[in-house]
Design a binder for this molecule. Structure first.
Ligand code: SF4
Length: 372
């Protein structure tokens, strides 16, 4: 009896051979020391030792959702130049914000961005709440973004876990459970990398490590400050983490888009405010349906008496949304100067299309339709 009790008592003690325990005391300091030498210079980051501006942190975090640092950089600068503080953004017209956002994708983020700025301006006197809970109550701010702002702008002791951090942590501890089920486990393990202070720097250090050293393919383990206690490196299968459950993608949807040119202008309309690409500008088109035949899509062309025949462009425009891939056949027509826009549609100069809130899929359609 005694002999069976002893092993279980010992099991409750930390086991040095478990990857989560090995080097656990040193990791936070190793990470910060590495960050102090190798931190990336990013437009929204404060210089070393200074507290980040919550507005910049929030703006960058919203822009970075589903988008790369490289793509976000110019948009961040543009937004900051036009709306240097949250109250300026909160006073802006939503259409202007959508126009400035065009090309960044996932447009509900732009609407939430604006709604959030309005609330911070009106209900919080232009000052962001400094707790995760307060931040989460704002539009467009989920658990990750709230933790990121709380840690980076307010030095709250919390660890936001983004895709880069997920990868680093899942390798460091060889997390076998697949994402997304593994998220709570990864979150708990990531929190062990926080020191007693500088939470924002710890989070940014892990983000930078994931972006520059612990990359999805061929991580540069020799340069990694945590390489002595990395379980995946020890096993030599770093590239296989994080484990991922097989992705379910929606069925291919098909449709038609109609590029109608009147002199130097093109016919457009605004999408309904709610739903996919809500409020964005598009050329007229058919519904997007799985298995839709070309003839059925063509039958949904805008009613223009001056169009005797639609010309089908060779090839198709393809685009992948989060939940489904899309294939659009593009039809073109030229109409005389007297042609009026059907109800709900308008003519815009081709030269100013860049200033419209055109989502990427529509940019591709217009390029395809206007191409020689
Ligand atoms: S040792 Fe390699 S796999 Fe492990 S955390 Fe560092 S870079 Fe990633």
């Amino acid at each position: 009896m005694v002999s069976s009790a002893l092993p279980s008592k010992r099991k409750s003690q930390p086991e040095k051979s478990q990857p989560e325990n090995r080097g656990s005391a040193e990791r936070p300091a190793q990470l910060l020391a590495w960050y102090d030498r190798h931190r990336r210079r990013l437009p929204w980051r404060a210089p070393a030792g200074q507290r980040s501006d919550p507005y910049r942190v929030w703006l960058s975090e919203i822009m970075l959702q589903q988008t790369t640092v490289k793509a976000v950089g110019p948009y961040f600068e543009k937004f900051l130049a036009r709306w240097p503080e949250v109250s300026a953004l909160g006073s802006a017209d939503l259409d202007d914000v959508l126009r400035m956002w065009a090309g960044l994708g996932y447009y509900s983020r732009a609407r939430n961005l604006h709604a959030c700025a309005v609330i911070v301006m009106r209900a919080h006197a232009g000052v962001f709440p400094d707790t995760e809970e307060g931040l989460r109550a704002l539009p467009g701010i989920g658990p990750y973004t709230a933790a990121a702002i709380a840690a980076i702008a307010f030095d709250r002791l919390t660890m936001p876990v983004d895709g880069n951090i997920e990868r680093v942590v899942s390798r460091l501890f060889a997390v076998e459970e697949a994402l997304p089920q593994a998220k709570p486990q990864i979150q708990a393990l990531a929190a062990t990398l926080l020191g007693p202070s500088r939470a924002g720097d710890s989070a940014q250090a892990l983000m930078d490590l994931g972006a520059t050293i612990c990359t999805p393919k061929k991580p540069a383990c020799a340069l990694c400050p945590l390489n002595e206690n990395c379980a995946a490196r020890e096993r030599g299968d770093q590239d296989t983490f994080p484990r991922k459950a097989a992705k379910k993608t929606g069925a291919l949807r098909r449709g038609a888009a109609f590029v109608v040119v009147r002199g130097e202008e093109v016919l457009v309309q605004s999408r309904p405010a709610k739903g996919l690409l809500g409020g964005m500008t598009e050329v007229p088109g058919s519904e997007w349906l799985a298995g839709q035949e070309d003839a059925a899509a063509l039958a949904q062309a805008p009613e223009l008496a001056d169009v005797k025949r639609w010309h089908r462009r060779l090839g198709v425009v393809t685009h992948v949304f989060t939940h489904f891939p899309l294939e659009l056949v593009v039809y073109t027509a030229k109409v005389p100067a007297r042609t009026r826009a059907p109800n709900g549609m308008r003519w815009v100069p081709i030269a100013t299309l860049d200033g419209e809130a055109l989502p990427n899929v529509m940019r591709k359609v217009v390029v395809h339709g206007l191409g020689e």
